[in-house]
Design a protein around this ligand. Structure first.
Ligand code: F6R
Ligand code: MG
Ligand code: MG
Length: 362
């Protein structure tokens, strides 16, 4: 049996600023999806990271299925209505249009979906991050699937030894390329290190089976103006021919800097946290990531294990807080501040207009 796992996420409003989806909105989303269990979908799990709600659904309808996208869209719509009623902040922010045409792609929500032939004991990890963008996953995905100093299985496990294929999207140029590892690792790194341009969309085994998929929608580019960040979600298969769950999680134990945080305009550390701690409050951050590990059988989910709530990530959180202090020290200066093209908010055009006549030739 082929099972499809879909995670569709959106920011439809939050409590006390951009911190946390409300419990009532979460309950509404859970109720909406649960009503479709055994009908449209096999199983579901509703989660959130910061101000983003994630709808994880399993079904048999394949990727980009109209009925599934429509269920997500209707759920977000109703959630946004309730958020408005509650006076939540930025209610309905990521729902960019009223005219749903069968696919949520390009309409605001982020989407990561994979159709798989379940293994006898299928394992996957669902990630959601807040106050950042899809390319924040470039570094950890490279480590999981191509760095033997991180994933021991690349060296030790014959089933991983062949390496993987990376589908990389040029999010500004609307084009994609597939690169093989380990053969083309350096070419791959020259692209994915440029996180303002390239984002890893999918990873495949050399035999073609899907290994990972991330949402790469750029809300701000879609809307043509600032409407919020493209906070990403991703699904990663684990164990037995894929990196072990522990290898999938290990890159996050070494905090690294990513773009996002306050006003989508700052570099800061990505902090791995448990579901309950995904409430980015200091300077609207630091950016958070959650990891939920599931088992799945005939589409039925068992779990999740809230992987980053484990004490082994305490030190990563402590170091992320140290990095946060260090980056905050720079205030409005780079490298804390992002370069002009990457900022989601900027008064620079207005300042330049005002000062234009006062510049003198050197
Ligand atoms: C938005 C976000 C926040 C806001 C900031 C300012 O997703 O992450 O950092 O950019 O709180 O929000 P406004 O302009 O709505 O007051
Ligand atoms: Mg927000
Ligand atoms: Mg968000």
């Amino acid at each position: 049996m082929k099972t499809t796992i879909s995670i569709i996420k959106a920011d439809i409003g939050s409590v006390g600023g951009h911190i946390k989806t409300s419990d009532r909105v979460m309950d509404l989303c859970k109720k909406k999806l649960n009503e479709e269990k055994g009908k449209l979908i096999i199983d579901c799990y509703v989660t959130r990271c910061g101000d983003d709600v994630g709808l994880l659904m399993t079904h048999e309808r394949g990727v980009d299925a109209k009925e599934i996208h429509s269920l997500a869209w209707e759920t977000f719509k109703e959630g946004a209505e309730l958020a408005k009623e509650q006076g939540l902040y930025a209610a309905g922010q990521d729902l960019l249009s009223d005219a749903f045409s069968g696919n949520v792609r390009g309409m605001g929500p982020g989407i990561a979906e994979m159709k798989i032939e379940e293994r006898p004991a299928e394992v996957f990890v669902a990630f959601m991050a807040d106050k950042t963008e899809a390319s924040a996953f470039n570094l950890p995905l490279y480590e999981m699937f191509a760095n033997p100093f991180s994933t021991a299985g690349l060296v030790l496990d014959p089933k991983l030894h062949d390496g993987f294929k990376f589908e990389v999207h040029d999010v500004k140029g609307s084009r994609k390329i597939i690169l093989n590892t380990p053969e083309e690792s350096y070419d791959l790194l020259s692209l994915i290190g440029l996180t303002d341009i390239y984002a890893i969309k999918r990873i495949f085994k050399k035999s073609g089976e899907i290994a990972a998929v991330a949402s790469t929608e750029k809300v701000n580019l879609i809307a043509g103006r600032y409407v919020g960040k493209d906070d990403p979600a991703m699904l990663v298969r684990a164990q037995s021919g894929y990196p072990a769950t522990g290898e999938v999680l290990d890159p996050f134990a070494r905090p690294f800097l990513i773009a996002g945080w306050m006003r989508g305009s700052h570099r800061g550390p990505l902090m791995p946290v448990g579901e309950k701690e995904a409430n980015p409050s200091r300077f609207d951050g630091p950016p958070r990531i959650i990891a939920l590990a599931f088992s799945i059988k005939n589409g039925k989910l068992t779990g999740p294990v809230d992987a980053f709530s484990d004490v082994s990530f305490d030190d990563a959180r402590r170091r992320a807080n140290e990095l946060a202090n260090y980056m905050r020290r720079h205030g409005p200066f780079q490298p804390h501040l992002l370069p002009p093209g990457e900022m989601e908010y900027t008064t620079l055009p207005d300042v330049m207009k005002k000062l234009e006549g006062r510049f003198e030739r050197l």
